[in-house]
Design a protein around this ligand. Structure first.
Ligand code: GDP
Length: 338
């Protein structure tokens, strides 16, 4: 007798496979609706969607990789969206197609996302050559990183040749965005106490440039002073990119001053790193690093099923109360006694 379930699964599978090919083809023609559809598939938390998402990325891989990927970080209020709006305007006026993405470390907690919000970028939001996608709003930071990396590839396959990835200076998110971009920029403000006092030395070692924004009106002089202070510190740090000396600059995103200079700076960076081979070397390393992160994610997902999560909680409580040593708890986690 025929198994009706088997038939249904087979039918569903072929339908999905046809769709993947169709989504991939439409994306390469630059169809924005299909691009959004593809990204939604990548962001899906349904386990059965994962193989299709993987298939889509694999199919689009040959058409991807040809963009310039720029990461932007800064505290809330530093002017990131204003800067992206100004920089994006310059880019589209030069004929670039740009995609604005975000990695928002708070989105997995709040379920919402401020970064990459269209309403914050009036001009870009309505431009036909611009695609804006807010941060994925579910999953762990590692999961969000995977989705954003794959979204970059999809956008590239759709013909976007400048990808801007925005993040806020919280925890690991800066390292994650550095790990998926070619050029990484810190947008800062005058005074910038935290960074200058060395509390954020870590971030300064990740950047290719620091831009002190809001260098306008009565703030201009102080911005120039802050730029000098940063330059003093940068001289003593190991550069993030071999052969490139990161420097501080000033700009006013609001009044569109200093934006063209940063455009030139990034152009110079891309030219020199492509010439030295550093550009390709970083891209290859990023792909391999990404693979090992995926292994970690997969191990976590497969190991921590519901049962293991429950056992982990019980063991944690015993460790907390000193009833069990941490090593013994780990042994029990891997080899639970019947
Ligand atoms: P974000 O949180 O980093 O994205 O910052 P926003 O782009 O939303 O900017 C925060 C505030 O700073 C807004 O009120 C902007 O108008 C203002 N702002 C941004 N750039 C500049 C600038 O270059 N000069 C001045 N004076 N204000 C700016």
């Amino acid at each position: 007798m025929n198994n009706p379930n088997k038939k249904r699964v087979f039918k569903k599978k072929t339908q999905d496979q046809v769709n993947i090919q169709e989504i991939a083809e439409k994306i390469t023609t630059g169809d924005r609706g299909y691009l959004s559809k593809g990204i939604t598939l990548i962001e899906s938390s349904a386990v059965h969607h994962r193989p299709y998402a993987n298939e889509l990325v694999q199919q689009l891989l040959p058409s991807a990789g040809k963009s310039i990927r720029i990461g932007i970080t800064g505290v809330p209020g530093a002017g990131k969206s204003t800067w992206i709006e100004a920089f994006g305007k310059t880019a589209v006026s030069k004929g670039y197609k740009i995609a604005v993405l975000a990695v928002d470390p708070s989105s997995s907690l709040s379920g919402g996302s401020i970064l990459g919000d269209k309403t914050r970028m009036e001009f870009l939001a309505h431009h036909p050559d611009v695609f804006i996608r807010p941060s994925p709003s579910s999953g762990t930071l590692g999961g969000v990183a995977r989705m954003t990396r794959e979204t970059i590839l999809l956008c590239e396959a759709a013909g976007y040749d400048l990808i801007l990835v925005e993040t806020v200076g919280v925890g690991q998110s800066e390292g994650i965005v550095r790990g998926m971009t070619d050029f990484f920029l810190l947008l800062s403000l005058t005074g910038a106490g935290d960074e200058l006092q060395g509390m954020k030395k870590g971030i300064m070692e990740l950047v290719d440039a620091i831009v002190i924004n809001k260098a306008d009106g009565s703030n201009r002089e102080q911005a120039i002073q802050t730029m000098h202070d940063y330059n003093q510190i940068l001289r003593f740090l190991t550069p993030a990119t071999t052969g490139w000396k990161p420097r501080a600059h000033t700009c006013s995103a609001l009044y569109n001053e200093g934006i063209q200079e940063i455009w030139e700076l990034i152009r110079e960076f891309i030219e020199s790193t492509k010439e030295s081979g550093e550009f390709d070397k970083r891209r290859s390393k990023q792909a391999v690093d990404w693979m090992s992160q995926l292994v970690q994610i997969r191990l976590n997902e497969t190991f921590f099923n519901q049962q293991k999560k429950y056992l982990m909680k019980t063991l944690e409580s015993k460790v907390r109360q000193n009833e069990l040593s941490p090593s013994e708890a780990v042994d029990l986690l891997f080899n639970p006694k019947a």
